[in-house]
Design a protein around this ligand. Structure first.
Ligand SMILES: [Zn+2]
Ligand SMILES: [Zn+2]
Length: 397
């Protein structure tokens, strides 16, 4: 089957191509050109009606949506969340664990693996791997996750997770005993290694970096700063995760650009300091995505912590602290475009090619380039999702 997109502005990694013709065949992108390619009778023409053709988004940090959390641990929950995010333009997803028991994490890994194996368009975004996020968080930075479900890394526990062969991103707080061993094991497994929910100092980050850590989860959220490290370690004041990430070119990070977690100046600051090749957009969305305001479990349905959605964002009980987002990647792209000086190709890169590069899947997906999967999204001029194609098959929205 051949697909030909026409009347679109193609969003390429480095520029926009007006009036582009994008030809796809057998699930792959074949050519991108301003000249009409030869078509045969069976070529299906897709009229973009003057909108944008964007690479499908890649979300490396996401907990659920449409009522399901990946930690519910069932195949059906995984399918529901992957479908919900595909409706928002995410074509590649990394289901993300929360804190919880090792049984819950194993159930989540098994469910993600089962859904990955039955790949079909009805299941929505393709699963490129799991982000092992909880449970190895620092106790004082556990955020909205259940504190009972956090613990220190032990080789027996995390080796059993890695053995499943689906973990592609691995998080651990750098100051925990055993973090170095965890990072070295994750490096052997070729994971993107990240430090999150942590109150680490610069020297702890430097040791983690030596062990392979290269990324920090949701910048400014549940991470250390000079003041928080001072209250942990006393004087002299020390560098924190923040200074380490900003001062180390190889370090990448991510922002929750939902308009609720970070003010425009912080989004602009992160973009200016890290640039579009080291900054990712993530949704960090919970199960309340696309559901009405109300109370929902964050993490597993049976014992996850409670959060309250007000229809814009999730709140921890008492409404003093935020508890992850409730919007999709299309929202993050619009917000980042509105709030920062990043160009549209730069914004889209942060939601597609950059996370694909960091997780080692950029040969297959993440940009409009010949040879890659036909994972593409038709957007309106206002960057609203119109149609979604994964591997050249159209998803019913
Ligand atoms: Zn988090
Ligand atoms: Zn999260």
């Amino acid at each position: 089957m051949k697909l030909l997109f026409t009347h679109v502005t193609a969003i390429l990694p480095d520029r926009l191509m007006e009036e582009a013709w994008v030809l796809c065949e057998k699930g792959k992108i074949v050519s991108i050109s301003t000249k009409k390619p030869k078509v045969t009778a069976e070529t299906q023409i897709v009229d973009g009606r003057g909108g944008y053709l964007s690479p499908g988004f890649v979300d490396i940090h996401v907990h659920g949506g449409d009522g399901a959390d990946f930690m519910d641990g069932t195949s059906e929950a995984v399918r529901v969340a992957c479908r919900a995010h595909a409706r928002h333009g995410t074509t590649t997803i990394f289901p993300t664990t929360t804190t919880g028991s090792s049984e819950q994490i194993h159930a989540m890994l098994d469910a993600a693996k089962a859904v990955q194996a039955e790949r079909c368009i009805e299941n929505g975004a393709r699963i490129a791997g799991v982000h092992l996020y909880g449970p190895f968080f620092a106790e004082d930075k556990v955020g909205c996750h259940s504190v009972e479900g956090r613990r220190e890394p032990t080789a027996a526990e995390y080796r059993a997770y890695f053995e499943k062969g689906i973990v592609r991103i691995a998080t651990c707080a750098a100051e925990l005993p055993g973090a170095g061993e965890f990072y070295r094991e994750a490096k052997k497994r070729r994971c993107l290694i990240t430090c999150g929910h942590s109150n680490a100092s610069w020297p702890e980050m430097a040791a983690a970096f030596k062990a392979g850590m290269r990324h920090v989860d949701h910048f400014w959220c549940a991470m250390s700063n000079v003041a928080s490290v001072r209250s942990r370690l006393g004087v002299p004041m020390r560098g924190s995760m923040l200074e380490f990430v900003l001062g180390t070119a190889e370090m990448s990070t991510e922002v929750i650009a939902d308009g609720c977690h970070l003010a425009p100046e912080l989004l602009e600051f992160a973009f200016r300091l890290k640039g579009p090749r080291k900054l990712c957009l993530v949704t960090d969305a919970n199960r309340a995505l696309d559901l009405p305001p109300g109370n929902y479990r964050f993490g597993a349905a049976e014992d996850g912590s409670w959060l309250e959605s007000d229809g814009r964002v999730g709140w921890a009980p008492g409404r003093m602290n935020l508890a992850s987002s409730i919007v999709g990647m299309d929202h993050m792209v619009r917000q980042m475009k509105r709030d920062t000086s990043a160009t549209l190709p730069e914004v889209v890169r942060m939601a597609s090619l950059t996370p694909a590069e960091l997780t080692g899947i950029a040969k297959q997906t993440g940009s409009l380039e010949a040879g890659k999967n036909a994972d593409v999204v038709l957007l309106s001029r206002k960057l609203e999702v119109r149609r979604v194609f994964i591997g050249g098959s159209e998803m019913t929205l």
